[in-house]
Design a binder for this molecule. Structure first.
Ligand SMILES: NC(=O)c1ccc[n+]([C@@H]2O[C@H](COP(=O)([O-])OP(=O)(O)OC[C@H]3O[C@@H](n4cnc5c(N)ncnc54)[C@H](O)[C@@H]3O)[C@@H](O)[C@H]2O)c1
Length: 449
């Protein structure tokens, strides 16, 4: 009986014993097994995963699903270019992923569609016993996050939350510094998603001003969220790495969130100044719900605070704006500027340049796989992410970023939305682990994944 059939037939009764334990097989039992990985959603991001995963050893990719003929063509092109067998394509309609998950004997599947479909596909994959890796997003509701957790518990099938920034080299070095107690007992974190997405939100594929069905890439769906929702729409690139450093769901947990939004000006400003736009353009009349800068304060059970920022409408260079601060020192770090201050080591009141610290605390995964990772996308971090997913599937290990992490990170969006609607009123963040956070141990970055 293969694993998928086993899960379908019998594991619901034993899900309680599977939860939190190293799954059906013990680690290392299937190191040589070839795994069969499928994909749902092969747009820009999905193709990035296809590229990486086709290059890994011991992987077959028999099928993928996308409803956009252009995405199908480009994805097939990747298989051809790499000399791989042509995959079966499921593309008839928005629910074709169901047929793929029912008919193909997949061990794992990567979900990289627009946000609306993440949960339905993850739920179906878990029901079919297919280990699922899901791209990042905010949820539409807290209930949706509970559905993911409950389905994982009922089926025993794992969900890996594919937050690639956790694998960024500087992020992993700072994680090592945290674990080596360089900053002392932790007090405070900052992070966020500060990325000028205006040219992505309005994009006809040729520099023109368009969003919705007739547009290109994420403008087809992402822009609508800015129109209808005032919330931290993309919390996970900032909060995922902070969550790992703060032992989220593993000895600590996020307890409450209060969110505030500025007025919304910058999308209209962009439209008014765009060569195809102007004040008479219909888009200029739209009442964009999303405040230009959304700021949330999150509290933790251990008494830390986290300031999380979402800023995707303003003109600005890219930043995730990280700060990690403890009783003995802190670091502010970004792609463009990095600094560290540690009392007793740094000159008093003066920042150290961070690179020496980051070199000293370089993570063992980067030391080992840094060269191979180079071509893997986003400075190499995507290689680590896809490798961790494939190896977790192969060895049937619980993921290092799991369904509980995904549920908390995704719940930030609806909770911030309600908080903003209520003048910043604190919203309780559910304990999706139902108390298990107290005894669960940190795993991310401690082993080989
Ligand atoms: N982690 C990162 O660094 C990173 C970077 C970019 C995007 N993302 C995330 O990846 C996801 C995809 O983003 P993208 O930029 O590739 O968007 P995209 O619009 O380029 O691609 C989405 C693809 O999903 C397909 N799709 C939509 N509904 C489908 C369905 N029901 N069945 C099958 N296919 C379907 C579309 O046809 C499209 O090809 C989003 O969640 C986004 O936030 C993450």
């Amino acid at each position: 009986m293969d694993r998928k059939t086993f899960i379908r037939n019998g594991t619901i009764a034993t899900a309680g014993t599977i939860l939190g334990a190293p799954s059906i097989l013990r680690a290392g039992q299937k190191l040589d097994k070839t795994v069969r990985i499928g994909f749902v959603g092969t747009g820009l991001r999905g193709r990035n995963h296809v590229n990486n995963i086709l290059d890994l050893d011991g992987v077959e990719c028999p099928a993928f699903c996308d409803i956009d003929p252009e995405a199908v063509k480009l994805t097939n092109g990747i298989f051809k270019e790499k000399g791989k067998e042509a995959p079966k394509v499921y593309s008839a309609h928005e629910r074709s992923f169901e047929e793929m998950l029912e008919n193909e004997d997949l061990d794992g599947v990567i979900v990289a569609t627009n946000w609306k479909w993440h949960s339905p596909i993850c739920l179906k994959a878990m029901e079919e016993g297919v280990y699922v890796g899901t791209e990042v997003s905010g949820a539409f509701s807290v209930d949706e996050c509970w559905d993911l957790v409950n389905t994982h518990q009922e089926t025993g099938t794992h969900l890996m939350f594919l937050e690639n920034v956790c694998y960024r080299r500087d992020v992993m070095a700072v994680l090592n510094m945290v674990r080596d107690d360089v900053f002392g007992e932790l007090l405070h974190f900052r992070g966020g998603y500060l990325h000028d997405l205006r040219a992505i939100k309005f994009n006809d594929g040729d520099g023109g001003l368009a969003y919705g069905e007739e547009s290109y890439g994420e403008a087809r769906w992402r822009t609508n969220h800015s129109k209808h929702r005032n919330a931290d729409l993309y919390p996970t690139h900032g909060l995922g790495p902070i969550g790992v450093m703060a032992d989220m769901n593993r000895g600590n947990r996020l307890t409450s969130i209060s969110s505030f939004a500025t007025k919304s000006r910058s999308l209209k400003n962009y439209i008014d100044k765009h060569p195809d736009g102007g004040e008479d353009h219909p888009y200029s009349k739209i009442n964009w719900e999303l405040g230009d800068i959304v700021t949330s304060t999150i509290t933790t059970a251990r008494g830390e605070t986290i300031i999380l920022t979402h800023d995707t409408n303003t003109p600005r260079p890219y930043s995730l704006g990280f700060r990690v601060q403890g009783v003995d020192g802190l670091t502010d770090f970004d792609y463009y500027s990095r600094r560290v201050y540690v009392e007793g080591t740094s000159d008093p009141h003066r920042w150290d340049k961070a690179q020496e610290w980051f070199d000293k605390y370089d993570h063992h995964l980067w030391e080992k796989y840094g060269e191979i990772a180079r071509g893997g996308g986003h400075g190499g971090m995507d290689y680590f992410l896809d490798r961790a997913f494939v190896e977790s599937v192969r060895q049937e290990l619980p993921p290092v970023l799991d369904v509980y992490d995904g549920a908390v990170l995704r719940a930030i969006t609806p909770l911030s939305e309600v908080s903003i609607q209520n003048g910043g009123a604190p919203q309780a963040i559910p304990d999706f682990t139902e108390g298990k956070w107290i005894s669960r141990k940190p795993v991310f970055g401690l082993g080989n994944l």
